[in-house]
Design a protein around this ligand. Structure first.
Ligand SMILES: C[S@@+](CC[C@H](N)C(=O)[O-])C[C@H]1O[C@@H](n2cnc3c(N)ncnc32)[C@H](O)[C@@H]1O
Length: 347
């Protein structure tokens, strides 16, 4: 696996703002959420816990309106960033879990239909935020040379283990700051990965890296959960999901102000004796973007002819589309240089 040198010279910026979370006051100790509740206890003259100082330092606020009512916390994004990266624990279950919910071969067919519709025959593909590489492997089996980039070492380890002799290069990097040695003909990113970029600035930083990685005329194809999808379909609800390996609880909350959907994923491995093993927990955040926001970020990064489709079709995105497919082109030629600008002489 290659390690990226990265193309961004700035350190990761913290995301401004906070996330509001409401949790039951009597939550279980020793998980990240309940560590926060000890902060509130201290505010009320209760137990002191070391994380409180950190938490307080970053201007979190908490309120508690009664013994049995939930606590409302403003949790700094920094706190969430300190938790293990999403997918660290879930990686080993990801493939078998996802195969129940996503028809990846059909999704790859759809991407190939997009290539044909836009009259492209790419050979070298970049799979952004490829994760365990379910689509990466499918594309490689269909004859493409694929570079897969992801920041999760755990997800990439799964891809490394199954790629065999397929023409796949794996790079452990952040999609907001990467460079490739040689350009690719097309870039793709599937299954919500771009929603994991949490601000329009992050979106633009990623798009600039993709633009730089593409040949002139290269195509960028990616899907996104829509605002409707994150707000209404995922919304603020709790569901349980189970397969042969794990039992999981998916607790979502959508915040219209920040457009962030926060998912608290708790899961237990099933043991052969019928009991459950250790409890794991991850916090995932996805940001909902309007088509205008995505178009602006793409155009600022240098892409043109941006199209938005109701996912799986070539129909426009409707107010009830839960997922959209975005297609953008890197122009074949750079824009004409500005001959009027200082320093440029007309012959
Ligand atoms: C829902 S998974 C999708 C994985 C894969 N594309 C698929 O279709 O199965 C989202 C992936 O995005 C990756 N990811 C999120 N933010 C990232 C970032 N800033 N840089 C690199 N990878 C990122 C995660 O590690 C994870 O593997």
């Amino acid at each position: 696996m290659q390690k990226s040198t990265g193309c961004g010279d700035k350190p990761d910026r913290l995301i401004p703002g906070t996330l509001l979370l409401r949790i039951p006051f009597h939550s279980v100790r020793n998980d990240p959420i309940s560590v926060i509740s000890t902060g509130a206890e201290r505010q009320r003259g209760g137990v002191e816990k070391s994380l409180y100082a950190d938490w307080c330092h970053h201007n979190a606020t908490a309120s508690h309106s009664g013994a049995d009512s939930p606590l409302t916390f403003a949790i700094p994004q920094l706190f969430i960033k300190r938790m293990p990266l999403p997918f660290a624990r879930f990686a080993r279950y990801y493939d078998r879990f996802m195969e129940r919910y996503v028809d990846y071969p059909e999704w790859v067919d759809y991407v190939e239909r997009i290539f044909r519709r836009f009259r492209r025959q790419p050979k070298k593909l970049l799979d952004l935020a490829c994760g365990t590489g379910i689509p990466t492997v499918l594309f490689a089996r269909r004859g493409y040379q694929v570079i897969g980039i992801d920041r999760s070492a755990e997800m990439l380890a799964v891809l490394e283990a199954k790629k065999g002799s397929l023409p796949i290069t794996v790079i452990n990097a952040d999609i907001r700051k990467f460079t490739l040695d040689t350009p690719v003909d097309a870039a793709i990113s599937l299954y919500d990965s771009i929603n994991y970029l949490l601000t329009p600035e992050e979106l633009e930083r990623c798009f600039i890296c993709v633009h730089r990685a593409l040949v002139p005329g290269g195509l960028f194809v990616f899907d996104l959960n829509t605002v409707y999808g994150l707000e209404k379909q995922w919304g603020s609800r709790t569901i349980t999901r189970e397969n042969e390996e794990i039992i999981s609880i998916w607790q979502c909350r959508f915040d219209r102000q920040t457009m962030l959907s926060t998912l608290r994923l708790v899961f237990w491995e099933k043991l052969p004796d019928g009991t459950t093993g250790e409890k794991y927990e991850e916090i995932h955040q996805e940001r909902a973007y309007t088509t205008d926001e995505v178009r602006q970020a793409l155009e600022r990064a240098g892409f043109s002819r941006c199209r938005f489709f109701h996912h799986g079709t070539f129909l426009p995105v409707s107010p009830f589309s839960v997922r959209m497919m975005v297609v953008a082109e890197k122009p074949r030629r750079h824009p004409m240089p500005d001959l009027q600008s200082p320093g440029k002489k007309l012959k």
